[in-house]
Design a protein around this ligand. Structure first.
Ligand code: NDP
Length: 456
């Protein structure tokens, strides 16, 4: 049994020991290890102040999911051939409410990716102040290469298994990479058929035609920009007249670009997994929306309509372009320390993480060391899940709020998350370190709820 001590050095030893145990019990899951390390590094001062969290083994319990489900997803493609994918759902922590977190359909999905996303979701959801626990799921299915009917058959098979584990008061999935309103529609239809009941609150990110919330589609991107605007304002800056780079061109990226432009910024570059476009006059968002949301084409096509723009094949090189604000909104680990150095040399003033864990630990430390304003994902991209919780509230009450009402609630939530993260960073002696501030706020909320509920 490990000695329970409260001094910083002993607490560090305890945390390091636990981290080694996490690696040992979850071998080959580097993304999961990375997410755990980032949180652990922030929590030492809280554990020193509150030895009860160590005595009650809160951290030891938190790193172990309440439930981790993997399942076979067999389906028939357009040629009549049976395909088999792997489905996942991690129900990580339900101290604050039903498990809540998106589904990702992407060939890179494995247990490490799902566990890192699920672990982060616990703290993010706690930060929103809403009654939602943490979960995440998905599959290694690639919707990009598939017809509509193939996507529908896959979603039906996926939900046939998943339906046994979810429900409006149990676990409420939503979208993520590769899962938008279309996929949510197919998943919802199958759930309804299996249950024989109309349980609107079982999924969020639904179309507004049948129980979705106005403002959900925009929420993550808009929320990220609201959060970054708060951070900039605090330092006498704003989006107005700034140049912005946004990676990706999916749901989060498109609405981050839209809000940044509405606030007076010029967005000069965006990307997809093949490459990036650079448009010195400012990206034409209507073209990007049509190419990506309607025609589902590659971002390279943008240059056919806008010859002044250039296309470059290596998407990581997007961070070599000088800008004031960088918003990584595509995927995990897209900014490493070399990209961070380039951004700093070129004068970047602020980074806002729209994607989950888009910045490596080394790159985060590089930004913090150089006093670059840094908005961490758990706080900055919490707008999506916040509006998902608002969608659940509307479904329960059988009402629909206007887009303005939802947007105003989103703005308030993002301001509140910023304020709490900042104040907590000050209280714990790391002023302005929002990574630590956000992790601590989320952790304390979950830890207190766990303590109140006994050994769960
Ligand atoms: P989408 O599927 O809508 O878009 C993802 C975008 O990222 C696409 O442009 C995609 O390009 C690009 N991309 C994916 N993988 C890579 C890669 N390896 N390298 C470069 N670009 C890549 O997903 P979302 O916009 O929903 O999600 C983006 C990020 O935001 C994810 O990290 C997700 O977890 C996070 N997030 C999403 C929320 C939401 O509400 N949707 C909420 C909170 C966080 P391509 O088309 O070529 O694959």
């Amino acid at each position: 049994m490990y000695e329970l001590e409260t001094e910083t050095e002993n607490v560090s030893n305890y945390v390091n020991h636990l981290y080694e145990m996490v690696k040992h019990r979850n071998p080959h899951e580097s993304e999961f290890h990375q997410a755990v390390k980032e949180v652990f590094d922030s929590l030492i001062p809280v554990l020193v102040k509150n030895p009860i969290y160590i005595k009650q083994r809160i951290l030891d319990r938190l790193v172990e999911p309440e439930r981790f489900i993997t399942f076979r997803v067999p389906w028939v493609d357009d040629e009549g051939i049976v395909q088999v994918n792997r489905g996942f759902r991690v129900q990580y922590n339900s101290a604050l409410g039903p498990y809540k977190g998106g589904l990702r359909f992407h060939p890179s999905v494995n247990s490490s990716i799902i566990k890192f996303l699920g672990f982060e979701q616990i703290f993010k959801n706690a930060l929103t102040g809403q009654p939602i626990g943490g979960g995440k799921g998905g599959s290694d299915f690639d919707p990009k290469e598939r017809s509509d009917m193939e996507i529908m058959r896959f979603c039906q098979s996926f939900m046939t298994e998943l339906s046994m584990h979810i429900g409006p008061n149990i676990d409420v999935p939503a979208g993520d990479i590769g899962v938008g309103a279309k996929e949510i529609g197919y998943l919802f239809g199958q759930y309804k058929k299996i249950r024989g009941a109309y349980e609107s609150g079982v999924l969020t990110g639904k179309s507004i035609l049948y129980g979705g919330s106005l403002g959900r589609k925009e929420a993550t991107g808009y929320g990220t920009v609201y959060f970054v605007e708060e951070m900039l304002n605090q330092h006498g800056m704003s989006f107005e007249n700034s140049t912005v780079i946004v990676s990706g061109s999916g749901n989060v990226s498109i609405y981050a670009m839209e809000k940044a432009m509405q606030l007076g910024a010029t967005v000069i570059a965006c990307s997809d997994s093949n490459g990036y476009i650079y448009d010195p006059n400012g990206i034409n968002l209507e073209t990007v929306k049509r190419l990506k949301e309607v025609e589902r084409k590659r971002i390279e096509e943008y240059t056919c309509e806008h010859p002044e723009a250039t296309y470059h094949q290596n998407c990581e090189e997007i961070w070599s372009i000088p800008c004031d604000i960088a918003l990584p909104c595509a995927t995990q680990n897209e900014i490493n320390s070399s990209s961070a150095q380039k951004l700093i040399v070129n004068g970047v003033k602020a980074i806002g993480e729209g994607a989950n864990m888009p910045t490596t630990l080394e790159a985060i430390n590089t930004f913090l060391d150089h006093k670059i304003l840094f908005a961490p994902a758990k706080a900055a991209n919490a707008g999506g899940v916040s509006v998902s919780a608002l969608e659940m509230a509307q479904n329960s009450a059988r009402v629909s709020w206007s887009a303005e009402e939802v947007d105003s609630k989103l703005r308030t939530i993002m301001k509140d998350i910023y304020k709490q993260s900042l104040n907590t960073s000050i209280d714990y002696g790391v002023p302005g370190n929002l990574v630590a501030g956000a992790n601590i706020v989320g952790f304390v909320r979950v830890a207190e709820a766990m303590l109140a509920q006994g050994v769960i």
